[in-house]
Write a protein that binds this ligand. Structure first.
Ligand SMILES: Cc1cc2nc3c(=O)[nH]c(=O)nc-3n(C[C@H](O)[C@H](O)[C@H](O)COP(=O)(O)OP(=O)(O)OC[C@H]3O[C@@H](n4cnc5c(N)ncnc54)[C@H](O)[C@@H]3O)c2cc1C
Length: 265
């Protein structure tokens, strides 16, 4: 990943710069300490606090992120973050005046692809060997935007990092493209939350109240129930809320709704 975009006042910056600045900012507070390591478990104690490894906490903020489901594609690692992206809000600008491919098979791909037309010269949707999940209205919406829908397996990226030349399909067809986006699914990391008994919603995210608090509470010896565990869905984790309008009536839902990985056809 060469550059991170979208942080006002710090655009662009490399992901390493972002992390380094974040650490510096946190450590300016004398009460803050950084401990590097993996939290294997969070355990509620009878006194209302939590054991997190050797640490004891009054509050736990679960910010474990999400896992982006990636397409099976030869050359993925070489191109990811340079000419292969998943977020139109972060990297859509890179698509300006270019012919791009959008990989995915969910009906949401329609909004994703139409949105990309704000920048791109042309879009081709490739379903990566899956049957396209959208109905006839989705298909005609794509067609009305001159977006070709290719229900074929994508097998290999052509070119070197930073110089993508195309995408080979199973049939041997080569799609000429210098930028590929994918939109498959997000899988929130919720192991710690579920081990604490937090409820998940139908999209797999932890259920929280208006203040971002879970219902995960520990009983104190006095019988009170302090708010014990909080979790907040960050805008980034939720995925971008499109602030951009597509060219026409195409309805754009969240570009990255949390979706479970569907079975491969
Ligand atoms: C290729 C790429 C490009 C992107 N470009 C941009 C961009 O240009 N602009 C932008 O705004 N956003 C961009 N994003 C999105 C942005 O990176 C994410 O939205 C953001 O990192 C989400 O932050 P987070 O803190 O919610 O989760 P994360 O950044 O995923 O952080 C979660 C952290 O929790 C840690 N963790 C998980 N489980 C445990 C555990 N049990 N114990 C200890 N630690 C744990 C993980 O190791 C991780 O460090 C990009 C993402 C990718 C993948």
């Amino acid at each position: 990943m060469e550059a991170s975009h979208g942080y006002l006042g710090r655009d662009p910056q490399t992901p390493l710069e972002l992390l380094e600045r974040g650490r510096e900012e946190v450590l300016r507070y004398p009460t803050a300490t950084l401990v590097q390591g993996r939290a294997e478990s969070v355990v509620r104690r009878a006194d209302g606090r939590f054991d997190v490894g050797s640490l004891v906490a009054h509050r736990v903020v679960l910010a474990c992120g999400v896992f982006d489901v990636k397409p099976e594609l030869q050359g993925f690692d070489e191109h990811y973050g340079a000419t292969l992206f998943h977020c139109p809000a972060c990297d859509g600008y890179e698509a300006r005046d270019r012919d791009i491919v959008a990989l995915g098979w969910d009906a949401h791909l329609v909004g994703f692809a139409c949105t990309m037309l704000n920048w791109a010269r042309s879009i081709t949707v490739v379903t990566n060997g899956h049957h396209f999940d959208g109905d006839e209205s989705c298909r005609s919406l794509l067609a009305s935007h001159d977006i070709e829908l290719v229900e074929e397996d994508a097998v290999r990226l052509l070119g070197t990092r930073g110089s993508l030349e195309g995408l080979f399909l199973q049939s041997g067809r080569l799609l000429t493209t210098s930028l590929v986006f994918f939109s498959i699914a997000h899988e929130p990391r919720t192991e710690l939350a579920t081990s604490l008994g937090c409820r998940l919603d139908e999209e797999g995210y932890v259920v929280v109240d208006a203040e971002g608090q879970t219902r995960c509470r520990a009983s104190t010896p006095q019988g009170t129930s302090p708010r014990a565990c909080s979790w907040c869905r960050s805008p980034q984790a939720r995925g971008p809320s499109p602030g951009w309008a597509p060219r026409s009536r195409c309805s754009v839902r969240r570009a990255h709704p949390a979706r479970r990985r569907p079975p491969r056809n």
